[in-house]
Design a protein around this ligand. Structure first.
Ligand code: MLT
Length: 268
């Protein structure tokens, strides 16, 4: 009998460059476009891939309730489609939750990790209830509810007051997200397991990046992850909040490039 995996959704993606692969995994409730500044500044010899998870950006809706694990499997599908055996996985916030799920489920596909503005711990009970309530509101009233609730917290004060183009771009991405996709992701994040035990199993080179003014996943969370992963480096980006890569792309890119330069060149 044919086994149909109804979770798999072909993911829309943006690509840049060619050579060693780096897969960028977006935050909630944004999409792959949040990585445009990184894709444009990749060192020579690197291939950047920025997919949109199901329900986000140009990717259609997930067929059934996704999980961080099913998102990770979807991303492995992207690597399979492109014939990529192993990639550097760079995820921000929800993208970091997915990167840790990839590390747990598909360690053989992960060459190195870049965990940005994220955490390894699961939600506590109150946060989980808040997610489910927000999912309900988004289903009923659309994305404006999320824009109102999240936009002020996503960036630092400096960005909010001084970088109108970045604010417009964030808002426009949130507006493009389908309410059903956002609601499904909220439920999935609320149900995600604690990944703290995954940290000690990480054996690949790891960079942890966090905005100094991140209110959603404060630097303390990153320091905890850095202590849990053998040999992890941590970079704190000044004058950035939760979306450190969009708020301070020059500093973020410098940290990313320096890290990529340390990776052993894979055998051909
Ligand atoms: C994100 O930026 O992906 C979300 O803020 C993550 C979360 O709400 O836990």
């Amino acid at each position: 009998m044919l086994k149909v995996d109804d979770r798999r959704t072909p993911l829309s993606r943006t690509e840049a460059g060619s050579g060693q692969a780096i897969l960028f995994v977006h935050a909630f409730p944004l999409d792959g476009r949040m990585w445009l500044d990184q894709m444009a500044a990749l060192p020579d010899g690197w291939n950047g891939i920025a997919p949109d998870l199901p329900g986000f950006g140009a990717t259609g809706e997930a067929v059934s309730q996704p999980t961080m694990d099913s998102y990770a499997d979807d991303l492995v599908g992207v690597l399979d489609d492109l014939g990529i055996a192993r990639a550097v996985i760079c995820g921000l916030s929800m993208g970091g939750y997915v990167a840790l799920a990839m590390s747990r489920r598909h360690a053989d596909r992960v060459r190195a990790l870049v965990l940005c503005d994220t955490r390894s711990e699961a939600d506590n009970a109150a946060a989980r209830v808040g997610r489910l309530e927000m999912a309900q509101k988004v289903r009923q009233s659309g994305m404006q509810v999320l824009i109102d609730a999240m936009l002020p917290k996503l960036v630092s004060r400096i960005t909010r007051l001084g970088k109108p183009a970045v604010m417009t771009s964030i808002e426009e991405m949130i507006r493009t997200t389908r309410p059903e996709g956002a609601a499904a992701a909220l439920t999935a994040m609320g149900r995600r397991p604690d990944s703290s035990s995954v940290l000690r199993d990480v054996t690949v080179p790891t960079l942890i990046v966090v905005g100094a003014d991140d209110e959603i996943t404060p630097p303390g969370e990153s320091q905890m992850m850095a202590r849990g992963i053998r040999g992890a480096r941590i970079e704190v980006i000044e004058n950035a909040g939760h979306l450190s890569n969009m708020e301070q792309p020059a500093s973020f890119n410098a940290s990313l490039r320096a890290f990529l330069a340390t990776l052993p060149v894979p055998a051909t």
